[in-house]
Structures are given as C-alpha cells and as structure tokens.
Design a binder for this molecule. Structure first.
Ligand code: ZN
Length: 202
C-alpha cells in the first residue's frame, strides 16, 4: 500500500507564497559569489548554513485589524499567512463567506515563533472552520523545507486526512492566478487522486 507521503507527493499543488530570495540555498550563494567575484563574509557553505539558523526571530504575522483593512481597502483576493484571523470570529465568518485564500506557511510560522511547536499550529482548525487554507513555504532555504516538506510536516503533526490534504491542494489551485481552464484540469487531477485514495485506501 502506498504511503501518505506518496499520496502527498502525487497531489498536484500550487506554491502561492514564496520569496525568491528565500530560496537562496548556501551552495547557490557560494556559486553565485564565485561566478561574480564577490567575497562572502562566510568561510564555508556550512558556516553560511549555520548563519541561516535564526530561531529567535519573531513573526511578522499581522493582527485581525490588518486583515480587515486589506479586505476593505485593497479588495485583496488572498491573505498572506492570516493564521491570526482566529482571534476575530466575525473576520473568520467573512473569510469563509468570501472564500478568501490564506497562504499559510507552517514551517515558517514555527521558525518565526508564531506557534511554538508545529503540533500547536491552527491549520487543521482553520481548515475545519471552512476557511480556504493553502500550504506554502515562504523562505524554504531558511525555514527548513520546500512545499512538499510543509505538507508532510503538517500531515504528521496534525494528523490530516487524505480528504483534507486534497482540499489543501484544491484550495491552492483555486487561489492561484491560473486561468479557468488550467484550474479545471488540475482540480480534476486532484479529484481523481482523492477518489482513488478513498476507494483503495492509499
Ligand atoms: Zn512571506
């Protein structure tokens, strides 16, 4: 029987919240520095990697009032992070009603101390409240993993069902800026994968 890891791996999913500079792996930084004749203030890849390990930072996660202002004044279609919306039940109802996507970044949230431990993350609760939650990686080179690792980590820590994993993947396609035909194709592929898992338990 295929593992949940294989299931997650094979689900089509979109990355919606990634900072390009946050993908600068230490090896690549050294390669670029060499190519451009730039001296880095680190002796080795390992030293630079160690410098990436900032665990004492605190998150930039905004309070509900910021989210409200963005919805009202900017008519945004997605909210980056958005995990603190839970503090405001009225805002949660609105986000559910309008199906505004939240680009949640689980590994980043833990590194930036929005949640102390991944087990404390509210992603599953937000999902069960009917919010259009998506999983993303933010700054994968710094925060311990790309999109797949973020999915695997929340599945393990929060015990998401295969149906919930498919919902996360579907949400990411719905919230992307793909055209309608492309969205339709990817969502059909996710539905197929989810139905197969339901019938065969894998
Ligand atoms: Zn970010």
């Amino acid at each position: 029987m295929a593992s949940v890891e294989a299931y997650i791996r094979n689900l089509p999913k979109a990355e919606l919240h990634l900072h390009i500079e946050g993908t600068l792996e230490p090896e690549l930084a050294f390669r670029l520095a060499r190519k451009n004749g730039v001296a880095l203030p680190y002796a080795s890849v390992a030293e630079l990697r160690a410098a990436y390990d900032f665990r004492d930072l605190h998150g930039e996660e905004g309070p509900p009032a910021y989210v409200r202002a963005a919805l009202d004044q900017l008519a945004v279609r997605r909210i980056d992070h958005g995990v603190r919306c839970e503090e405001d039940p009225e805002l949660v109802r609105r986000l559910v009603r309008e199906q505004t996507a939240l680009t949640v970044c689980p590994l980043s949230n833990v590194r930036l101390r929005v949640f102390d431990r991944i087990e404390d993350h509210n992603l599953k609760r937000l999902l069960e409240a009917g919010l259009r939650v998506t999983v993303n990686s933010d700054d994968p080179a710094y925060f311990g993993g790309y999109l797949l690792e973020n999915y695997l980590t929340v599945e393990r820590a929060l015990g998401l069902t295969r149906a919930q994993l498919a919902t996360l993947a579907r949400n990411s396609i719905e919230a992307s800026f793909l055209d309608a035909a492309a969205k339709h194709r990817w969502i059909a592929a996710i539905d197929l994968r989810a139905r197969h898992a339901e019938r065969h338990g894998d």
